[in-house]
Design a binder for this molecule. Structure first.
Ligand code: SAM
Length: 276
């Protein structure tokens, strides 16, 4: 196991809070995260933000290939040294939001997994980029702030259920794997974290819908989540027929008039979308 404090001292590294640099120092947690990814020698694993390579090394022991994309050029010398004994690791000094991921995985025909202790300042944009984009991933494993993890894996009629939960479910089957204490990091973050696993859906769970309208409906419905759907979605200027039409559609679908967004499943939203 890489000794984080020793590496930071050796390279004179100062960690940058604005880049979400909280490094994992607990080898058991690192191994548990890699386990969640079910990594095998046929996999290519992309690690977003390898830091000084503590998790990268554990992934590299199991994966066919690892592409580690790190934005901070100051970490690259330490990364190269710490991972020097793994010929299957490619370290790339790029911003993941700007990287051409398809080019980085060029030619790989086996399963593709992304494993990351995500930089917290950019968690949702990275997740949405992977969910909505055309990178052919099979499994995503993310460590994120616990409250975000709960929203990612949120289920109907819970306070964590949100537009983000629906977006995640649209593309994947999400599972909350385990929580991680803030004491497992250097420096210690303000909040605890949790690991989620998103497995690609073989078949879309909702079909024959206008995807753009679907997400517009979901966002408007959760935009004012305390209100009933009639008052949140029903008051949108772009909704054909307005509140009255929405009331008729709810009745037709057998959904109660005073329903709130958080009570509706993704399939309910799909039914609404087809009718609206
Ligand atoms: N994987 C290491 C670990 O678990 O100890 C470090 C995780 S740390 C929470 C997040 C890492 O992501 C940092 O190394 C940070 O520099 C890097 N990072 C931040 N923004 C990034 C971006 N846009 N693209 C790639 N890496 C980024």
């Amino acid at each position: 196991m890489i000794n984080t404090n020793e590496v930071l001292k050796k390279y004179g590294l100062k960690l940058t809070k604005s880049l979400g640099q909280n490094f994992l120092t607990d080898i058991n947690i690192i191994k548990k995260i890699v386990d969640v990814g079910e990594v095998s020698s046929s996999d290519l694993v992309i690690e977003i933000g390898p830091g000084i390579g503590s998790m990268t090394a554990e992934i590299a022991k199991l994966a066919g290939k690892v592409v580690a994309v790190e934005i901070d050029k100051n970490l690259i010398p330490a990364l190269n040294e710490n991972l020097g004994s793994f010929p299957n690791v490619l370290v790339v000094n790029q911003d993941i939001m700007k990287a051409d991921i398809k080019e980085l995985i060029n030619g790989w025909t086996g399963p593709l997994k992304v494993i990351s202790n995500l930089p917290y300042y950019i968690t949702t944009p990275i997740i949405m980029m992977l969910l909505e984009g055309d990178v052919p991933w099979d499994i995503l494993v993310f460590m994120v702030q616990k409250e975000v993890a709960l929203r990612l894996a949120g289920t109907p009629s819970t306070k964590d259920y949100s537009a983000l939960s629906i977006a995640v479910r649209y593309y994947s089957d999400p599972k909350l794997a385990f929580t991680v204490s803030k004491n497992c990091f250097i420096p210690k973050p303000d909040v605890d974290s949790a690991v989620v696993k998103l497995k690609k859906r073989e078949l879309a769970c909702v079909q024959d819908i206008d995807k753009e309208l679907f997400f517009k409906i979901v966002k408007a419905s959760f935009g004012q989540r305390r209100k009933t759907l009639l008052n949140s979605l029903g008051s949108q200027g772009w909704l054909d027929g307005g509140k009255e039409h929405l009331r008729e559609v709810l009745t037709k679908l057998g959904i109660k008039e005073n329903v709130r967004a958080e009570e509706l499943t993704i399939e309910d939203f799909a039914r609404l979308c087809r009718e609206l």
